[in-house]
Design a protein around this ligand. Structure first.
Ligand code: PEP
Ligand code: MN
Length: 338
């Protein structure tokens, strides 16, 4: 961190500011006094430096951050890729992780039918919402605890590990017990209480990017979980809000190489929520694999026309089988397997 001081700052002011900075711990302060400009270079762990407090000093012109505010998520301090194990399925290794299943768990038959089909086509992880974050309180909210039980039955029937969304911190213990990976939905990406709680558990967390979150905000949310001690975090790009209205969201495909450069965490792409259109799932899944994503999450329904949620973006098991064939070609071209 570099602190640029106002012209005319006195030595007394520099000393006062330096004392405050040093009292925050973990850093040394190197002043560089020029004829026109004086700067203070902060060396060490600046995580605990309260930038707002520093800026409140009259002598401070501005602050420049030279290192990213996330530390545990930062590739600089952890050069090798992290591989997260979801109930035996690796996310982040040479094999792409394909998560597939319905938007919502609707019935025992539905989830088992879809689970068997996606497994047959090569999916490694079953997705399915039991608790649904719906825009309208009148829309289907998910089967809740019954949905969790049905997911467990589908896991039992197929051997596929399960990922499902947690909405309330009060359900964490139940989720830790029941599921293989806990999903934090886009709408909860900055639910910091939830993130802190997830930092204390020993269970993979799939952290979706918030609807209007910058990459740095997304990585800072991951930092909440990692800094609590849970290092099993997978990032999921699921499209962001832009001025474009043709698609449900705009898949920020460029976020994949950016995140791969900035962080060691695995990153997957959800082309279903990213586009909101079933015919765009295959092209965007292929694009995701081409730019280096570690996997994809795809909504698959045995009867999309009657789906209780997100039927317009859900593909059938037959279409999913084709998508798998499509991404296999791209995976081979970029040196990955599916
Ligand atoms: C989902 O995956 O079911 C979901 C609700 O996604 P998102 O949080 O990305 O909208
Ligand atoms: Mn959905």
């Amino acid at each position: 961190m570099i602190i640029v001081l106002r012209q005319g700052t006195t030595q007394k002011e520099i000393d006062q500011l330096t004392d405050v900075l040093i009292s925050q711990g973990g850093i040394t302060v190197n002043p560089v006094i020029g004829t026109d400009i004086t700067i203070l270079g902060l060396i060490g762990d600046t995580t605990h430096v309260d930038a707002t407090r520093v800026e409140s000093f009259h002598c401070v012109e501005r602050i420049m951050h030279v290192a990213e505010p996330y530390k545990k998520a930062n590739r600089m301090f952890h050069p090798q890729d992290t591989v997260v194990n979801i109930g035996g399925a690796a996310v982040g290794g040479s094999r792409l992780a394909v998560m597939a299943g319905p938007c919502s768990v609707e019935s025992s038959e539905q989830i088992k039918t879809v689970a068997r089909a996606v497994k047959q086509s090569g999916a490694a992880i079953l997705r399915g919402g039991a608790f649904k974050p719906r825009t309208s309180p009148y829309a289907f909210q998910g089967l809740r605890y019954e949905g969790l039980e049905l997911l467990k039955e589908a896991r039992e029937a197929t051997g596929l590990p399960i990922v499902t969304e947690l909405m309330s911190p009060s359900d964490i213990d139940r989720f830790v017990e029941d599921v293989d990976c806990i999903q934090v939905g886009a709408r909860n990406m900055q639910n910091f209480d939830l993130l802190r709680q997830l930092g204390k558990i020993n269970k993979p967390v799939l952290l979706k990017r918030g609807l209007s979150a910058t990459i740095e905000e997304w990585l800072m949310s991951a930092e909440y979980i990692l800094s609590g001690g849970n290092e099993q975090v997978i990032l999921c790009e699921r499209g962001i809000r832009t001025f474009e209205t043709y698609t449900r969201n705009t898949v920020d495909i460029g976020a994949v190489p950016v995140v791969k450069r900035l962080s060691h965490l695995p990153v997957i792409v959800d082309p279903s929520h990213g586009t909101g259109k079933r015919w765009m799932v295959s092209p965007m899944a292929r694009a995701a694999v081409a730019v280096g994503a570690d996997g994809v999450m795809i909504e698959v329904h045995n009867d999309p026309q009657h789906a209780l949620c997100d039927g317009q973006q859900s593909i059938t098991p037959e279409q999913f089988d084709e998508v798998m064939a499509d991404i296999r070609v791209i995976a081979a071209a970029v040196g990955r397997e599916v």
